[in-house]
Write a protein of this length. Structure first.
Length: 179
């Protein structure tokens, strides 16, 4: 974990992971952030997508908006980090070994801005997963139950929280047509 940390951010969560009931204000929060991102980057933002649980109506989630930003080359931080920094985002994660992923946070860390390249499989999985959950309430509810259970089991470990959801996520992606 520590190798991917940028700046003074902690390598692990500092407060228990909490999964909250769906908040109908999340789409509006995303829209505000999307506008900030697009204003900062212009055409350098090849795609901006609301992903993660807050993008699925009715789904319980951590109260944090996940956004996928597609840029031409995530490794070329000079191309997009300075304008995003001017818009209030701070680079917090660098994972060159995993799709050149970068993650920026806004000032209160109510947003995770994930940066990927245009041919990234992970971005496509995020969109497929989101869209499936939006149209399959039984899978949405199953995923919510899993998240609540795993957060209770591992309240202070984001790595364990993510890993604990893995089997259900993979099963749902398979149901959505991925192999």
């Amino acid at each position: 974990m520590a190798q991917r940390v940028v700046g003074d951010r902690p390598a692990e969560v500092t407060a228990p992971i909490t999964v909250s009931p769906y908040d109908p204000g999340w789409p509006a929060a995303y829209a505000r952030e999307e506008s900030r991102i697009r204003s900062a980057l212009g055409t350098r933002a090849l795609a901006v997508e609301h992903v993660g649980s807050t993008a699925v109506p009715g789904l319980a989630a951590k109260d944090r908006i996940d956004i996928d930003l597609i840029v031409a080359d995530p490794a070329d931080e000079d191309e997009y980090v300075p304008p995003l920094a001017a818009a209030g985002y701070v680079l917090r994660t660098r994972e060159p070994h995993w799709y050149e992923h970068r993650c920026l946070w806004n000032s209160d860390h109510s947003v995770n801005l994930h940066v990927f390249g245009p041919d990234c499989d992970e971005y496509l999985r995020h969109v497929i997963f989101r869209d499936w959950l939006r149209t399959h309430p039984k899978d949405r509810d199953r995923y919510a139950s899993c998240k609540i259970e795993v957060a209770a089991e591992h309240p202070l470990s984001m790595a364990h929280y993510v890993a604990g959801k893995g089997k259900v996520v993979v099963d749902i992606l398979r149901r959505a047509g991925l192999r």
